[in-house]
Design a protein around this ligand. Sequence first.
Ligand SMILES: C[C@@](CO)(OP(=O)(O)O)[C@H](O)COP(=O)(O)OP(=O)(O)OC[C@H]1O[C@@H](n2ccc(N)nc2=O)[C@H](O)[C@@H]1O
Ligand SMILES: Nc1ncnc2c1ncn2[C@@H]1O[C@H](COP(=O)(O)OP(=O)(O)O)[C@@H](O)[C@H]1O
Length: 320
Amino acid sequence: MPLVIPAYAKINLCLDVLGRRDDGYHEVEMVMQSISLHDLLELSLSEEQENNNMGKIILTVAGADLPVGEENLVFRTARILQEYTGCRLGCSILLHKKIPVAAGLAGGSADAAAALLGLNKLWNLDLTVAELYALAAKIGSDVPFCIKGGTVLAKGRGEQLAFLEAAPDMGIILVKPAYGISTGEVYSKLNSAVYPQVINTMQKKDITNDTNDIHNMLCLSDLGPPVLRMIKAIKSRQLPAVCKALYNILEEPAMKMHPNLLDIKNILFEQGAMGVLMSGSGSTIFGITPDLEAAHLLSKGLSPSLGSIYAVKLQGAREV
Ligand SMILES: C[C@@](CO)(OP(=O)(O)O)[C@H](O)COP(=O)(O)OP(=O)(O)OC[C@H]1O[C@@H](n2ccc(N)nc2=O)[C@H](O)[C@@H]1O
Ligand SMILES: Nc1ncnc2c1ncn2[C@@H]1O[C@H](COP(=O)(O)OP(=O)(O)O)[C@@H](O)[C@H]1O
């Protein structure tokens, strides 16, 4: 029997950029939220070997046209785990893709996190949660969040996490236009005049994801107004307050690249969404409804010409 691990997509309820960093990334403050839309990874042991006696990594993808070698984050994760642990076992992974690609929903990152969790079990690696987080951060900025998911404050380049209380229940409607957007391109189009100072990452305290640091980050740090507003709104458990606090600084550059994103936003508002925002670097626009049923209802009023449409609910954090 293969080991089956779900890989949940995310939306960003709030995404603020504080500055440019000297390592090519941007310093961010985000409130991230897992949603029920997910890929599935089916993992089994493989006896096959490479020429160098390393176990072969065999990846098959169903549901999307994605590479199955080093360019796929799942393959790369398996290779990184072999290198880090010296494990010589191989694996066969079947990735069922449901999360649209280059959509701002962290599909690749979710798959990488699921591969980390799955291979840790399949290969009996006994890696600690701290080791999993450190490896996740090497693979991509959003991968650490995808390990547990839930409702999370993320800082740094996205890898420093503080777990928040669950967001109030809501339905989510996702509209993913036919085109995807490159994350790097949207960040590069942010107006650099707004961020004249480059942040020296060597001087930054290296915050790990252990509970004490997470506590410190929430209590002590001076969070910017957009994430503070969202955290307060979540605490109030009032959905209208959450909708009012939705914020994504990447919307403007993404909408300059693709003006029809604004049309989608307006259509979702017209159809009765309580709040609407672009997720991450796009291209998905999400709308908030009181519950899943209302999201399904709203989806019926949307033209399929807008793109792929999904009605989903929130997903809580998983036990790791
Ligand atoms: C925008 C966000 C919001 O959650 O998500 P997506 O829209 O991609 O899902 C993230 O910041 C994306 O995280 P992720 O997709 O893991 O990015 P990475 O692979 O680490 O980086 C891709 C590229 O994006 C840019 N990048 C990424 C993160 C960051 N904090 N600053 C950046 O400038 C860099 O140019 C980097 O080369
Ligand atoms: N397992 C994977 N699933 C999706 N995309 C992947 C995967 N592995 C590598 N990629 C590449 O990662 C890029 C970003 O994809 P994705 O993670 O879906 O988007 P986003 O960063 O917008 O959330 C795509 O160009 C895609 O080719």
